[in-house]
Design a protein around this ligand. Structure first.
Ligand SMILES: [Zn+2]
Length: 373
């Protein structure tokens, strides 16, 4: 299903991953770039020397670009040199004190070193900068802090009710727990490859998501343990109880299918590409619809869907995930990947005579072919 957080997360990853290329071109044009030597053999002294050389050449008032620091920091990170990557990003933050995303990157690096305290501190700083700059990212960083403060997962099915802006009432928790426990029992029979340990983090949101029945989810990882975020909207007509009764089971079917297929944010088994995303989302949508009978408007497709399929098949591998899958296209269409995926799977099912479980074992390419494209 769809979530705002996932978009921010994927966009961040996207920027991180693609920045180096863009910057490399720019840097070679201007000649401003840290030496390659600094990547393989980093030393503080050499780093400072190169910064000073830049300042001598351009004057103190010209700053080394954020992107130039990032290129070096990312290269060090990719070399597993976390300590020095942190030094470089910290310097970038010092030179560019109004950039909140640099602080969040430093937080992520500290998290990878298991220094949770520092990771939280840097997100707190990012919140301050975001507020001061009216960047609007403070909610995301606040969520990061909540995540970093989570207790470790318990074995088996572990339900963590995460109170934030809103708290769960006792009877809400009981209803949700009952639905999860029952659904898990059913799903283990259908999807035997799902991990033994699965943590479900359940939160309340005040975003209107009526188009998916008031509940949305996100599968974060499937290996070695599973982790799923479930968001329940308190502005759904009838509130938390009505949303949970309407769409929680269907959302669990959708997200558990992602776990079984390895279509998760971390440890993802698939390469990039909108058509791959569409097929994996489509499989989860149709699996959930067929077994729960709950069909949501947010996944439906129009009559001209064929042209939408042709459109996404022509997209480059790095096309925007937000625009084409989870969010809104500038022309007003929403959740294109889900709708197209839903159609592709229905076509593949009827052309092949296979069941949804059989289809779920095939690669995205095989499924697209079966669908007749
Ligand atoms: Zn999904």
């Amino acid at each position: 299903m769809k979530s705002k957080i996932i978009n921010v997360f994927i966009i961040t990853l996207f920027i991180l991953g693609h920045e180096s290329n863009i910057i490399a071109q720019e840097a070679s044009q201007t000649g401003v770039k840290f030496s390659k030597d600094l990547i393989s053999n980093f030393s503080n002294a050499q780093f400072l020397k190169e910064e000073e050389a830049f300042n001598r050449a351009h004057g103190q008032e010209v700053k080394i670009k954020v992107e130039t620091y990032h290129e070096l920091g990312i290269a060090l990170y990719q070399n597993d040199d976390l300590d020095n990557a942190i030094i470089v990003f910290q310097k970038s933050a010092l030179v560019h004190p109004n950039n909140d995303s640099v602080l969040n990157i430093i937080s992520r690096l500290y998290e990878q070193q298991n220094n949770i305290e520092k990771a939280i501190t840097y997100n707190e700083q990012a919140i301050q900068v975001s507020i001061n700059q009216a960047a609007g990212n403070e909610g995301y960083y606040q969520g990061e802090i909540v995540r970093l403060n989570r207790r470790p997962a318990n074995p088996g099915i572990d339900i963590l009710f995460e109170d934030g802006k809103y708290s769960f009432k006792k009877d809400n928790k009981q209803l949700i727990t009952d639905i999860i426990v029952q659904s898990e029992k059913e799903l283990r029979k259908l999807l035997p490859s799902i991990p033994e340990d699965i943590r479900l983090i359940v939160t309340i949101i005040d975003r209107e998501i009526n188009i998916v029945g008031g509940v949305t989810g996100r599968a974060d990882t499937h290996n070695p343990a599973g982790e799923i975020i479930i968001e329940i909207s308190n502005v759904f007509p009838g509130g938390i109880v009505a949303a949970s009764k309407r769409a929680l089971r269907a959302t669990l079917y959708h997200e558990f299918h992602h776990l079984s297929r390895g279509w998760t944010i971390k440890n993802n088994k698939y390469g990039p590409g909108i058509s791959i995303a569409a097929v994996n989302e489509g499989l989860a949508v149709v699996f959930s619809e067929l077994y729960t009978g709950v069909i949501e408007e947010g996944n439906s497709y129009p009559e001209e869907v064929n042209t939408w399929v042709e459109e996404i098949l022509k997209l480059p591998k790095n096309a925007s995930y937000y625009k084409w899958v989870s969010g809104e296209h500038p022309d007003g269409r929403t959740a294109i990947g889900y709708r197209v995926g839903n159609y592709i799977i229905h076509e593949a099912l009827s052309n092949s005579g296979k069941s949804i479980l059989e289809l779920s074992k095939l690669s995205p390419e095989e499924i697209i072919t079966l669908a007749g494209f």
